[in-house]
Ligand binder design. Structure first.
Ligand code: HEC
Length: 441
């Protein structure tokens, strides 16, 4: 019976094709009535009913074999049996139905077919099989956007949700999901990973490399217990490295990349998989009024748009000694559009910076050769796009390290000629391996 059951996925395509063919013939018949067409509809419908019964019986054998369960299976099973029963009845009663009832019968049949087909697909390929390989814009339309892994900074990536889970979705979940638990193992969410499979937990803190999970992955491809099984899409070396790295850190479910120690291999893999968010594409604002730009100019503030088409602007106050609160107040008129400010060698102070920190779209901030000091950095913590910060030749020191670490979108930081100790810098590097540090002394 197991043997026959295995044919279900093959056989079921026959009644599907036949039923659709019969329906098409019926439509042709509707426009061009002919005895021969009517006969053809009956023959093809009869064939489809017969093969639907066989597919349903094989399906029942397959479900008894186990491995599949849950509501998806129930719906698939009963809608599949529905197709077999309906098309058989339809075949025998068709000649007695009036033309309206014939179309109702077709509607019913095709509806059941669609339901059975869809839930069958979910059983074998996982719930999201229709969308799995769809272009991104289609996926975004149909799925909730819980942080698509692209476009986020590697350090703020959630290790389980953004790295491990997507690998499993692609390579393991077709056999290990809520409905189909091969080896009694469901790899669809944190709680079920923690549960493990029929042989126990996936992770053994005493012996990471011999943990059930890694053991199965590292078995030779020909070994019958190798995962994913031979013939299935295999894990690629970078995916194995990521899973191994995750287990070496105790298989945590609530950590960010920056919480775990990464070696250069991991950093390289992550960098090639996660592109940093591009704020220039995300920020959408209206252009600043020309009158405001004129006012800037009249007050010695240079404002330039960052490109011809963009409404975003950059402010240059380099070398201006007298920043003063009047200038800051003026800048506030374009606070949404300003993405870059150059205060190099200007009279900017920690207090002014407090105001600047309320410019929500600031990406680039140059504070080198100024009198800012520790305490200034804390003001910047809410800038959600701040990627580049230059504080070289200021009195900033180790005291600011915690505040710098908190700037989690930061990609480059220029520190030379400051008061950092080399231990301080090491600490920062360790915490933020992806941060580009300009630290030449
Ligand atoms: C084509 C189906 C299929 C795919 C894909 C698949 N597995 Fe499996 N897996 C099985 C079957 C069947 C079993 C049970 C038989 C056995 O123990 O080998 C199993 C068992 C396991 C077990 C042992 C569970 C236990 O407690 O004994 C682990 C661990 C496992 N799989 C991990 C994975 C991982 C990780 C992936 C993805 C990288 C994966 N599997 C992909 C079919 C699959």
């Amino acid at each position: 019976m197991d043997f026959l059951g295995a044919f279900h996925p093959l056989v079921l395509h026959v009644p599907i094709g036949a039923l659709i063919a019969a329906f098409l013939l019926e439509m042709v018949h509707y426009f061009r009535k002919s005895q021969a067409l009517d006969q053809s509809v009956k023959i093809v419908l009869g064939f489809s009913a017969f093969t639907a019964i066989i597919a349903a019986i094989f399906g029942i054998f397959l479900s008894q074999k186990g491995g599949y369960q849950g509501l998806t299976l129930q719906i698939h099973q009963w809608s599949g049996i529905g197709v077999a029963v309906l098309s058989t009845m339809f075949f025998f009663l068709k000649s007695r139905l009036n033309s309206q009832s014939v179309w109702v019968a077709w509607g019913l049949n095709l509806t059941f077919l669609t339901i059975a087909g869809h839930f069958g697909g979910s059983l074998t390929h996982g719930e999201d099989f229709l969308l799995k390989d769809a272009p991104d814009f289609i996926k975004e339309t149909f799925t909730s956007q819980n942080g698509s892994p692209l476009f986020i900074h590697p350090d703020s990536v959630d290790v389980f949700l953004d790295i491990i889970q997507p690998i499993a979705r692609e390579k393991c979940n077709s056999c290990h999901n809520t409905n189909k638990k091969q080896g009694s193992l469901d790899l669809s969410e944190a709680s079920t990973w923690k549960k493990g499979g029929k042989s126990g937990e996936l992770f053994d803190p005493e012996n990471t490399m011999q943990s059930l999970l890694l053991h199965r992955i590292f078995l030779p491809l020909d070994h019958e217990e190798h995962m994913p099984p031979k013939g299935q899409e295999q894990l690629i070396p970078s995916e194995v490295a990521l899973i191994e790295w995750w287990l070496e850190h105790g298989m945590p479910f609530d950590k960010k990349v920056s919480d775990l120690q990464s070696n250069s291999r991991i950093v390289q893999i992550l960098n090639s998989n996660f592109r940093p968010l591009d704020p220039y594409q995300v920020i959408t604002v209206d252009p600043v009024d020309q009158s405001i730009l004129d006012e800037f100019r009249a007050n010695g503030i240079t404002a330039l748009t960052i490109s011809r088409k963009s409404p975003l602007i950059e402010i240059r106050l380099a070398g201006v000694d007298t920043i003063g609160s009047d200038k800051i107040e003026l800048l506030k008129k374009a606070r949404d559009q300003i993405v870059k400010i150059d205060f190099q060698a200007s009279g900017i102070t920690n207090d002014h910076l407090k105001e600047i920190a309320s410019f929500p779209n600031l990406i680039h901030l140059s504070l080198q050769q100024t009198n800012i000091s520790n305490g200034a950095i804390l003001n910047l913590k809410d800038l959600k796009y701040l990627q580049h910060l230059n504080v070289h030749s200021t009195s900033i020191s180790d005291e600011s390290i915690a505040d710098l670490m908190a700037l989690d979108k930061l990609r480059s930081l220029y520190l030379w000629n400051t008061n950092f100790s080399s231990e301080g810098i090491e600490k920062l590097k360790l915490a933020r391996p992806n941060l580009e540090l300009g630290e030449l002394n």
